[in-house]
Ligand binder design. Structure first.
Ligand SMILES: Nc1ncnc2c1ncn2[C@@H]1O[C@H](COP(=O)(O)OP(=O)(O)OP(=O)(O)O)[C@@H](O)[C@H]1O
Ligand SMILES: [Mg+2]
Length: 642
């Protein structure tokens, strides 16, 4: 090689070393630095003259620094190489003491027969930082997906499932490994399942999106074959040029259930108001029909053929009255006189009645709580509710079966009876009627409490039995639940607020007395309905009483203020004109303290001061009533001790 060419080679090599982005360093076999290029100066923060001739270990942090002499000695003595010709990731030490990761590759050469080592150094600081950032962001993403309450699912452009987070596992009942790699169709019920391939293909061809980027409510299929409503939003992303789709799934089951329950409650409320209003007007009409039919029947004593007709009218009116009574019960507008009821005793007493009423093939069993249980409710209505439930049970067991009545006392909190069944926290008495009959399917169960809902043939059922039970339970601040399995039987459970002890003995209602008691006292009748008024007047007069009349509370008070002194005030509870029966009675008693009072009503209105309940001591005559009952109650009221 000519000296000029050798000169050129030399200067080019120098250029390579000076301009290299990577550090280039040369050391001898004892570690003395022979070359330290500008890239090295930038990386380590030393100038070349600070380093040249020094031991290379100054560029290493501990413990490598202390180990390096021995390493080189070992190499010189045995030729054993650890790094030479290989390259690896090590730590460098800067002038300011800081360390940094670097990739070091070392080659071996000879100069004057002595080995020298060439190190090429690449600073890894930035790459390490980028890798760390990537790792952290991937970890954060994974944490979000793993812990998300909503389901996250990833599919490729062919519908194959790529990812299925733990929320999805909970929602669908599949483990991720059971679905990954399979087509997402498996999570859809028919007919969507069969349309999905065509949908994805069409989207790939035309870009026409039905759900991507939009989201909507769809139905999902669980592993066990059941379905649930979900809100699905789908986003599209690109991975190496191919579309992937990210679905986020929000379970709507709970919301749907609440919505349905709310709609059901609203429906019951509306139907209740409607039927309550109708029933109230009907009651007034029936009162008149019943009264007149009875009057006719008495006068037709001599005409057996005609009297029979009048009796038919009275019987039909009474049946009508029973129906309207159940409607009123459903709409929570019946008059309740709650007392502390010994439920064990009541159930045991009813056993006798039920044995007589029910068919022979019904095996009646009673299992009451070992200790006495007292509920605050209207005893007559509770009996009527239990009778209704027993009759339903009998109807559900056409071939006979077991009917069990049980009582127990339990503590409830608002969630005890499941979602949507609202109940105040506290102690309750549960009275339960269970049969092993036909049970109810889901549709029947959902509608069982609705008035006029019946599965029985025309003439067999009016569909008011459970409605009455429902209204009674609600109006008594209790609840009623049904548990039923088709083919296995039904259990209807009434919850009534527990009472502490027996406040007063429950009185048996006697309906008819052989002889209507009479009297001569003056009775002030306050009644807004003209028909009912005329009927009451004629009934009372025929019993011997002197009758004064007022059509509302104001008029009645006026009469008392101007000196009228009847022995009895017989007043409707619900009246127009701003003064209801309760208020009238109160004011009347301040004017005439010795005045006796008898109330009558078809129902108590919400507007009354004591909303659903009546002072249990108030004397009350429920419309419609027979003349005999009117006579008895009027006498009772007049004869009450002061
Ligand atoms: N114990 C039961 N077992 C099976 N089905 C029942 C039972 N109780 C009620 N049902 C179903 O609920 C429906 C409504 O009952 P509900 O007592 O309100 O009316 P009903 O018995 O049909 O008529 P009503 O009681 O007015 O004579 C019934 O027609 C029946 O389908
Ligand atoms: Mg029934």
């Amino acid at each position: 090689m000519s000296p000029a060419r050798s000169q050129h080679v030399q200067s080019r090599l120098q250029a390579v070393v000076d301009t290299a982005v990577d550090g280039v360093m040369v050391i001898d076999a004892f570690g003395a630095v022979l070359m330290f290029n500008p890239a090295c100066e930038r990386m380590f923060g030393y100038r070349a003259e600070d380093v040249l001739g020094q031991n290379v270990k100054m560029l290493m942090p501990e413990p490598y620094q202390s180990g390096h002499d021995a390493y080189l000695r070992n190499y010189r003595e045995s030729g054993e190489r650890k790094i030479i010709g290989i390259g690896r990731e090590v730590l460098g030490r800067k002038k300011n003491g800081a360390t940094f990761p670097m990739d070091l590759s070392v080659g071996e050469a000879f100069e004057d027969d002595r080995p020298i080592f060439v190190g090429i150094i690449r600073d890894l600081t930035e790459r390490k930082a980028a890798e760390k950032a990537l790792r952290e962001s991937a970890e954060r993403m994974r944490a979000v997906v793993e812990t998300a309450v909503d389901g996250v699912i990833l599919i490729d452009a062919f519908g194959n499932i790529l990812m299925f987070n733990p929320a999805c596992e909970r929602l669908f009942g599949y483990k991720a490994r059971e679905v990954i790699g399979h087509n997402v169709r498996m999570l859809m019920p028919s007919p969507y399942r069969d349309e999905h391939d065509a949908y994805i293909a069409n989207y790939r061809k035309t870009g026409e999106a039905k759900i991507i980027g939009i989201g909507r409510e769809v139905t999902a299929l669980r592993k066990d074959g059941s379905t649930f409503p979900m809100d699905l939003s789908v986003g599209e992303a690109k991975q190496e040029g191919e579309s992937i789709f990210v679905g986020v799934i929000h379970d709507l089951s709970a919301r749907k259930r609440t919505e349905e329950q709310l709609a059901q409650a609203q429906k019951m409320e509306t139907v209740g108001q409607l039927s309550g209003g109708i029933a109230h007007d009907f009651n007034n009409l029936l009162t008149v029909i019943l009264g007149n039919a009875e009057a006719l029947s008495i006068r037709l004593k001599a005409r057996e053929d005609l009297r029979h007709l009048a009796d038919n009218i009275a019987n039909a009116a009474e049946r009508g009255a029973q129906l309207t009574q159940r409607l009123l019960a459903f709409s929570r507008r019946q008059i309740l006189q709650p007392t502390a009821i010994d439920c064990n005793a009541l159930v045991e007493n009813m056993q006798v009645l039920l044995r007589r009423t029910l068919r022979e093939d019904i095996d009646l069993r009673v299992a009451v709580a070992p200790q006495p249980v007292f509920a605050l409710a209207d005893a007559a209505q509770l009996e009527s509710a239990l009778l209704n439930l027993a009759l339903n049970a009998q109807d559900a067991m056409p071939k006979g079966g077991a009917l069990t009545l049980t009582t127990e006392e339990i503590e409830l909190d608002p969630d005890s009876l499941g979602p949507g069944v609202d109940v105040r926290a506290g102690r309750y008495v549960s009275v339960c009627v269970t049969d092993d009959g036909s049970g109810m399917d889901a549709e029947t169960l959902a509608r069982a409490f609705e008035p006029f809902f019946t599965t029985k043939e025309v003439g067999k059922g009016s569909g008011l039995g459970l409605s009455m039970v429902y209204g009674f339970a609600k109006q008594s601040n209790g609840q009623v639940t049904i548990y039923s399995e088709p083919g296995l039987g039904t259990s209807v459970r009434l919850y009534l607020p527990a009472a502490d002890a027996e406040a007063e003995p429950t009185q048996q209602r006697q309906l008819d007395l052989p002889m209507a008691p009479r009297g001569k006292e003056a009775v002030l009748v306050v009644e807004d309905d003209a028909f009912v008024r005329s009927h009451v007047i004629s009934s009372l007069e025929s019993l011997g009483y002197r009758v004064m009349i007022a059509s509302d509370g104001r008029e009645a008070l006026g009469m008392l203020q101007s000196g009228a002194r009847p022995a009895l005030l017989f007043t409707d509870v619900v009246m127009p004109g701003g003064i209801n029966g309760w208020q009238l009675a109160e004011e009347a008693r301040t004017l005439a303290p010795e005045l006796k009072v008898l109330f009558t009503s078809g129902y108590p209105l919400e507007s009354l001061t004591s909303r659903d309940q009546v002072d249990p001591n108030a004397l009350m005559l429920t419309k419609p009533y027979r003349k005999a009952e009117l006579a008895r109650r009027v006498r009772e009221a007049l004869d009450e001790p002061d």
